[in-house]
Design a binder for this molecule. Structure first.
Ligand code: RIB
Ligand code: CA
Length: 317
């Protein structure tokens, strides 16, 4: 049973990652930590609380993380992101507020405590700006030898989705991402190289229309909105990229992807700021602490995805 912490900027594919983990018999969602990106921190935390209750899991604790990059004094959602995920992050679908509050403990403290408590049983899965993780590594450098990270972010062999070289999560805080890679923490990078190979089509989405729960109706509406955005922005994909659920799936079952071991860095200066690339200074240095996912068993992942998210939606209230 893998223990999972999801670190989310809870937009639509983050919501799918929650459902994926909750629908997985071989995983336990021990907590959600909030970050920013698709939405402001507060909205993401609100969505995580509300979605876990909609899915019938009020026991999952939700922690608020840092609201913006360390080197900036604020954060605003970009116009294009607000169109992709909707103004409320979940495709403008209205779901009830949660009854329970956010935890008092700050997210960074929870991450550090969980890393010490669970050790190798735990996978920490950032799928938004990696600011919380960089802060945790700074606060407790011993995390580098005890935390296993599976992050959604970056692009090594394909163009970015913000510009030709930058992926959205890394773009929010390139310095934090660079600190994470260069810290030597054990990391698997699940970037656009593989997440654009795992696409949900409108036809597949129709399967969930047969499930008669409020959660299923909300998810069908949300994901319909998300696919609509992809039809405008990246019609060649034929559906929406399953970024965050793929990272969650790899955290539970690493055999879904084939990886290149490499020491990575993020360029923080100049026109290619935000580019994820091999670190030329560490190219011949062992150990190679990051594995970049370059191949994916897309049919197997999509089968698991439909089954696990479908199970979470069907057992929800
Ligand atoms: O680039 C895709 C990533 O950016 C996903 O995590 C999506 O939710 C957004 O955060
Ligand atoms: Ca995300």
């Amino acid at each position: 049973m893998k223990k999972i912490i999801l670190d989310l900027d809870t937009g639509i594919d983050d919501a799918l990652a929650i459902a994926y983990v909750l629908g997985s018999p071989d995983a336990e969602l021990v907590g959600i930590t909030g970050t920013y990106g698709n939405v402001l921190l507060e909205q993401g935390v609100r969505n995580s609380l509300a979605l876990t209750e909609l899915l019938g899991h009020p026991e999952v604790p939700v922690f608020a993380g840092l609201p913006h990059a360390m080197g900036r004094d604020g954060f605003a959602v970009s116009e294009s992101t607000a169109l992709i995920h909707g103004a409320n992050g979940i495709g403008n679908v209205v779901i009830p507020d949660a009854e329970r509050p956010v935890q008092d403990q700050p997210a960074v403290d929870f991450i550090i405590e969980a890393a010490h408590r669970y050790g190798d049983e735990l996978a920490y899965v950032p799928t938004g700006a990696p600011t919380n993780l960089a802060a945790a590594l700074r606060r407790d450098p011993s995390l580098k030898d005890r935390l296993h990270v599976v992050l959604m972010g970056g692009a090594l062999t394909v163009p970015g989705n913000v510009n030709a070289w930058t992926e959205a999560n890394i773009d929010q805080d390139p310095e934090a991402a660079n600190e994470v890679f260069r810290s030597g923490v054990d990391a698997t990078m699940v970037g656009l190289d593989v997440t654009h190979q795992t696409v949900l089509t409108r036809r597949a989405l129709d399967e969930w229309r047969q499930i008669d729960t409020p959660a299923a109706r909300a998810y069908v509406a949300m994901v319909g909105h998300y696919i609509g955005a992809y039809e405008k922005n990246a019609p060649y994909l034929g559906g929406c990229g399953l970024h965050d659920p793929l990272a969650a799936a790899v955290a539970i079952d690493p055999t879904l992807v084939g990886c290149l071991p490499i020491n990575m860095k993020v360029e923080c200066e100049g026109p290619t700021r935000g580019r994820t690339i091999g670190d030329e200074r560490l190219i011949n240095v062992a150990p190679k602490t990051t594995r970049v996912a370059l191949t994916v068993d897309a049919p197997r992942f999509l089968r698991e995805f439909m089954q696990r998210v479908g199970a979470a939606l069907a057992t929800a209230r």
